[in-house]
Design a protein. Sequence first.
Length: 160
Amino acid sequence: MSRSTSMDSHRPGVTNFVHIGLVVEDLDETVRFLALLGFDCGEPGVFSGEWIDRIIGLRDARVEIVMARAPDGSDMFEVVRFHSPSARAQEPAPAANRPGLRHIAFTVDDVRGVVDRVREAGWETVGEIVDFENTFLLCYVRGPEGLIVELAERLDGAPA
């Protein structure tokens, strides 16, 4: 049986790997470890604002992020330390700021179409679909076992 058919080519879906988001409490130690493994780790940046709050479904988020890339330029980690809000213990489904492997991001060709399919299958979004600076539509969806998948649709204004 063929994995892809011409009928599937018009369905919205994943088109590319983006990054793996890793939420940690000790950013410096995690970056040191990844660098030891051979990852090229960038300088940390601190981000906050309504766009982050809306994507991840938390209020007043302030995060420090380091991007770590494999030596060949592929396989990127987004290593994140939440300055706020702090993680709450014993949540039934881990929030976007809970330490550990929290989300995997993929490029899709139609965020809204994929979100519709996810919802029809009984899953939900974590936050909402957000237009980030006319470059990407972004949305977190929660899968089985609390896995969070970020969907990123490149818009016309996004650099190639």
